[in-house]
Design a protein around this ligand. Structure first.
Ligand code: 3EB
Length: 339
């Protein structure tokens, strides 16, 4: 055991930083590479093939690193790193063309089930059974294929893996699910030997209890997850949108959707506080902001600045959002000393 294992996060513009990683390579768990495709990296890397908005960089890198020594490995299609005995980061990237539809199940549904089954297998094998956070990126997420929206196909496969691996959906991880124009399906995750506490939003129906009108199987994620390490709380805010109850509010009004999203995020900060976590504020989080129409970037940014005051820790990208009437989705994370 490494009692001083500490998970850390930092963002880098590779063009400015040349080849300088934020920590020496022996301490890098992995990263997400946002914007133009990444060159091969020695650590697990999630390609985030989404155009950056309002940023002169052609790519940004968001690193997860740790004070503990890192071991890297491969498990089926998953590339992973483990920090000490406590924390796992991994990425699974799959081409849908490598999987055939079968038994009435689409290739994407089968891919989702296989990916999540592998993931749960790795967590068991590495003794880190507790999923903290998952990032799901799916090409053409809103497209109808064989009579069903692709996001809904993904949800069926993901749900089947949760059921097959006896994972209760009401202790799901924080997550997001966004669409890219093209490219592979990629799923990145953080898991640990210790559980995170899932948080729900009292003004939203829990996603795992959405009514059938959103698809035959519900998405399996919690609205946020609260983890801790040493003297710190770590808060992961899932992809959050302009949803109240289970319905989309403000269709067609991106400014109102952005404000409603921040109302939802603010409630999650209150929920974290009710669990005796550190007092997180909107100003102390790192954000990823997904915008459906690039032309909405100025309006979303203006609303972001009104709600948060400063967007130096926000990354804006163009992405498809998993309900056709959602124009913006925002996720965040933060680290704070215990109170
Ligand atoms: C929502 O609130 C918006 O399918 O894993 C947000 C976060 C959303 C995660 C997922 C979907 C997911 O329903 C969409």
């Amino acid at each position: 055991m490494y009692p001083d294992t500490r998970l850390q996060f930092s963002t880098l513009n590779p063009a400015l930083a040349a080849d300088h990683a934020p920590a020496d390579a022996g301490h890098i768990l992995g990263m997400s590479h946002i914007g133009q495709p990444a060159k091969a990296q020695p650590w697990p890397t999630q390609p985030v093939l989404m155009p950056l908005l309002g940023n002169s960089a052609s790519a940004l890198q968001e690193y997860w690193h740790s004070t503990a020594p890192i071991r890297r490995g491969q498990f089926g299609d998953i590339h992973f790193s483990k920090a000490g005995e406590d924390v796992l980061y991994g990425v699974i990237t799959l081409e849908e063309s490598s999987i055939q539809p079968a038994g009435g199940e689409s290739a994407l549904q089968r891919l989702a089930e296989q990916a999540y089954r592998q993931l749960f297998g790795l967590l068991a094998a590495e003794n880190c059974p507790h999923l903290w956070r998952i990032w799901n990126y799916i090409p053409r997420i809103n497209a109808e294929q064989d009579g069903m929206e692709r996001y809904r196909q993904f949800n069926i496969g993901r749900h089947q893996a949760f059921a097959a691996c006896a994972r209760p959906v009401d202790s799901s991880p924080a997550a997001c699910a966004l669409g890219t124009a093209s490219g592979p399906v990629s799923i990145a995750f953080l898991a640990a030997s210790r559980p995170a506490l899932p948080l729900e939003n009292p003004r939203q129906v829990s996603a795992f209890a959405y009514p059938r009108q959103y698809g035959p199987r519900s998405p399996t994620f919690s609205r946020a997850a609260l983890a801790s390490q040493q003297d710190e709380d770590i808060l992961f805010i899932s992809g959050t949108a302009s949803i109240v109850g289970h319905e989309t509010l403000h269709p067609g009004d991106v400014t109102a959707q952005t404000r409603e999203t921040f109302a939802n995020i603010a409630i999650l900060l209150d929920e974290a506080k009710r669990q005796h976590a550190a007092a997180f504020t909107l100003q102390q989080l790192d954000y990823r902001v997904y915008i459906r129409h690039a032309a909405d970037y100025p309006a979303v940014r203006a609303a972001f600045l009104q709600c948060v005051g400063d967007d130096s820790r926000a990354v804006y990208v163009q992405a498809d959002i998993c309900r056709a009437d959602l124009l913006v989705e925002i996720e965040a994370q933060g680290f704070r000393l215990h109170r």
